[in-house]
Ligand binder design. Structure first.
Ligand code: ATP
Ligand code: MG
Length: 311
């Protein structure tokens, strides 16, 4: 397999342990894809934004154009979380009496102010980006936060679905009681809003688990912890119905280097490269060498991109 299998996807996610090169690979891949004539949106869902750093350009939540065919966006989880809650409350307050709103708002706050609210907001943004991307972009590339964060994010549609189902059930019960008591049957705005959200989450889950459209790529360095974390993440994702499309091994010390220290590090790397092939051989897309400098700016990214494509 090679990275080429990713070029005809609509959504490509780069994930992995902290510091393995997710941002670097996502940016290099986006650059390559855009140079092949595709219109690319590169989105960072990592609260610690580094797309601005890597492209040496201010990007932010409004987004920026990097090249003719390459656009980037940094989703700010805090701002999105706030916007999300405000939005839901506004929608509801137009629909029902203040007593009902109070009760509902408490539930909304409980769900969205709890740990995970930022992921929930990012998820909402993901849905928005998805809808926008259908019309305006050939591919959306996601530079995600380190593994734990991303896994929580990806398990959200199912959690939110449960939460919304609970709300819908409660609402339906209340409506039935009201109808029985009053004999009045009318369309319920809250139920409509809840059902609309449920449809959105279901749509998002359909896209995430559609292997024709969406690919998850893990960036792993040939080191013990990185390999183990990747193995756990892969198992978790696959058990929840998301297949991982490929693995990129990053930071491999160039073969031609030698010396006492380097030789020892190379031995460690060789050991873990073997482990990676044993564990996920058919998924390995490519190996990227460690450069003798930090990666930033288009020139550096092209060097990485060439290695990414070379396979
Ligand atoms: N192949 C490489 N050669 C040299 N430096 C590299 C290489 N890949 C990544 N780096 C450097 O390693 C650091 C971490 O890379 P990067 O920011 O892409 O990782 P990340 O997985 O996105 O990190 P985080 O988990 O913090 O988001 C950066 O300084 C980057 O320039
Ligand atoms: Mg990063």
């Amino acid at each position: 397999m090679s990275v080429a299998v990713l070029f005809d996807k609509k959504y490509v996610f780069f994930g992995g342990k902290g510091g393995t090169g997710k941002t670097t690979c996502a940016a290099a891949f986006s650059l390559k894809a855009s140079e092949r004539g595709k219109r690319i949106l590169l989105v960072s869902t990592d609260p610690a934004h580094s797309l601005s750093d890597i492209f040496d350009k201010t990007i932010g939540p409004k987004g920026a154009q990097i090249l003719d065919n390459l656009f980037a966006l940094e989703v700010d989880p805090e701002i999105e979380a706030k916007k999300y809650i405000e939005g839901v409350k506004r929608q509801l307050s137009g629909a029902v009496s203040s007593v009902v709103i109070d009760a509902l708002q408490k539930q909304i706050d409980a769900a969205y102010m709890s740990p995970g609210s930022e992921e929930a907001a990012i998820f909402d943004k993901f849905i928005e980006v998805m809808e926008e991307a259908e019309k305006s972009f050939d591919m959306v590339v996601f530079d995600t936060a380190p593994t734990g964060h991303t896994l929580r994010l990806l398990s959200l549609p199912k959690l939110l679905d449960l939460w919304i189902n609970g709300l819908i059930e409660k609402r339906e019960k209340a409506l039935k009681l009201f109808q029985r008591a009053s004999g009045v049957v009318k369309e319920d705005p809250i139920l409509r809003i809840l059902q609309k959200r449920k449809t959105l989450f279901e749509k998002a889950w359909d896209v995430l688990s559609d292997h024709e459209k969406t690919a998850f790529v893990f960036v792993v360095t040939p080191e013990r912890l990185s390999v183990f974390e990747t193995e756990r993440a892969l198992k978790y994702l696959e058990s929840s119905g998301i297949k991982v499309a490929g693995i990129v091994i990053n930071g491999v010390i160039p073969r031609e280097l030698s010396g006492n220290f380097v030789d020892k590090r190379k031995e460690v790397q060789e050991k873990y490269i073997n482990v990676i092939y044993e564990k996920f051989g058919d998924k390995v897309l490519t190996k990227i060498e460690l450069l003798d400098k930090d990666v930033w700016g288009l020139m550096d990214l092209r060097i990485i991109a060439d290695m990414l494509i070379a396979g």
